[in-house]
Design a protein around this ligand. Structure first.
Ligand code: GLN
Length: 310
């Protein structure tokens, strides 16, 4: 069994108390394993480190240190939540993405490792551009925009989302990281989208980047329970046309981008070639599909053609 299992009744009992760090970790790892959760020991460590506010190393340097009854109780409650299927990022309230700590709530997609690869690609593509202007569409937690702003302090980065709740999380993250990333509400499908982008100074872009919703309706019921039950559907569901966000990005993007700018997106492995075809049909040039580290075609990018001469 694994995290594909639905929320369950595998709730463990109470942790041993008083107990050593070692005993608590063992108890939690067993409970999480019985509940069919992935990486039970690693998860137990992560939860205990957060409660004790120590380093992983400290758990192992002093395995026999006693944990107070209050801390053990708090730990037990978190282990129970994880055993019942809640993602660790929601229990802790944060995640690490590309080396930055981001607040994560049920209003935003939990950042994925594949998206770190998208950031990596974006940084490569921006290498020779000074003070690049960047817009992240559908920013969610702000992960892409904030990682880029951290890595490229010279960049002017903006981020938008249709969800006001998600934007609140992105703004909070920008503030906490002390990054000057402009976060604004905008709907890619609204006729006024480009006006909104202009108002926020997001034109003449060097990079338009997005990890849009790309799960077709028919696949939603088959997603792992941890995704289906805990990630916001608005961040996942593409509707009955898995290409619609890409069409819109390719069309609207040309207006927002400078000639030679990059449009870079994350895509569903099964539709990456179709996304590339959409980009080509919208006159983007040098369009490429690239694999992620797992060897699946997950990134598509192209270059903005010069504006047609009137
Ligand atoms: N990669 C996410 C998943 O596997 C989907 C993200 C998206 O739709 N943009 O669930």
């Amino acid at each position: 069994m694994s995290d594909t299992a639905s929320s369950s009744e595998f709730a463990p009992g109470s942790p041993p108390a008083p107990a050593s760090r070692r005993a608590l970790l063992r108890w939690a790892a067993d409970a999480l394993e019985d509940a069919g959760r992935d990486e039970p020991y690693r998860t137990a460590e992560w939860l205990l480190i957060d409660i004790l506010d120590c380093r992983r190393l400290d758990l192992h340097l002093e395995p026999d240190a006693r944990v107070t009854a209050d801390a053990a109780r708090a730990f037990g409650a978190r282990v129970r939540r994880r055993a019942e299927g809640e993602p660790i990022q929601h229990i802790l309230g944060y995640d690490e993405f590309y080396g930055v700590r981001l607040a994560v709530t049920p209003d935003v997609l939990i950042p994925r490792p594949e998206t770190e690869e998208l950031v990596e690609r974006a940084l490569d593509l921006l290498r020779d551009r000074e003070a690049p202007r960047v817009l992240d569409v559908g920013t969610g937690s702000g992960c892409i925009a904030l990682a880029l702003a951290t890595e490229r302090p010279d960049a002017r980065v903006a981020a938008c989302d249709v969800s006001a709740e998600a934007l609140a999380v992105a703004r909070r993250n920008a503030r906490r990281l002390d990054l000057d990333v402009r976060c604004f509400e905008a709907d890619l499908f609204d006729a006024a989208f480009l006006d909104r982008v202009r108002e926020e100074g997001g034109t003449g872009l060097d990079l338009l980047i997005s990890n849009p919703p790309y799960i077709p309706d028919a696949e939603i019921p088959h997603l792992p329970a941890i995704v289906r039950e805990h990630d916001p559907e608005i961040a996942l569901r593409a509707g009955d046309d898995p290409l619609r966000f890409y069409r819109q990005l390719a069309d609207e993007g040309r207006e927002a981008c400078a000639a030679g700018a990059i449009l870079l997106v994350e895509a569903h492995a099964e539709y990456a070639d179709d996304v590339a075809a959409v980009f080509r049909a919208a006159q983007w040039s040098d369009v490429r599909v690239e694999d992620d580290l797992a060897g699946r075609p997950r990134m598509v990018w192209g270059r903005c053609p010069p504006a047609p001469t009137p």
